[in-house]
Design a binder for this molecule. Structure first.
Ligand code: GRF
Length: 181
């Protein structure tokens, strides 16, 4: 099985789901103090803080170093709120996965849930994809729809999206490790 490197910045819900699924996480890398480090410790997984330094390429190199030091083979971005540059896609070609809270190619970017609500779509969802240098592009490997309900706010809609992510992302990582797709 591949050794997974989890990248997280925030609530850590996706990381928690990946750990709970028993996937082989070798290290958790965070870019700021956040709940993900507590989740890693509770699971007995090492974690590293790679602080943002203002230069994206340099930051990406330091993230890659940290992942490589732990023998990572597959990277799972799990609510990582930094844009990474070419060095990580060179180091792990086709092996950086991401979850996005919308049905790509609709609503790319950091405000996908708000943007879907503002557009008035009746259905949005979750996309698991292979990350590439272009943000929220790259081959789609799984998608699941989530209906937008009357009266939804960004928070209520995002909660339902996250519930789907927490099942679909670990399941998809597992399948990707087994089949490469
Ligand atoms: C997820 O919905 C993810 O797709 C988006 O931000 C949320 C992060 O949640 N980029 P968490 O940190 O995994 O709880």
């Amino acid at each position: 099985m591949s050794r997974i490197g989890g990248l997280a910045s925030g609530g850590g819900g996706n990381l928690e789901a990946i750990l709970a699924a028993g996937l082989p996480v070798a290290v958790v890398v965070v870019d700021r103090p956040c709940r993900a480090t507590e989740l890693a410790e509770a699971a007995g997984v090492p974690w590293e803080l790679v602080e943002w330094g203002g230069d994206r390429v340099d930051f990406t190199h330091r993230v890659v170093d940290s992942l490589e030091n732990h023998g990572v083979e597959l990277v799972a971005m799990a609510g990582f709120m930094r844009i990474l540059e070419k060095p990580i896609f060179d180091a792990f070609p086709g092996r950086v996965l991401n979850t996005h809270p919308a049905l790509l190619p609709s609503f790319r970017g950091a405000h996908a849930v708000e943007d879907a609500l503002a557009a008035g779509v009746k259905v949005t969802g979750v996309t698991i994809h292979v990350a590439v240098a272009e943000v929220d592009a790259g081959p789609i490997i799984a998608q699941e729809a989530v209906p937008v309900l009357d009266g939804d706010t960004a928070d209520t809609l995002h909660e339902r999206i996250k519930a789907v992510e927490h099942r679909l992302y670990p399941d998809t990582i597992k399948r990707f490790m087994e089949t490469g797709r």
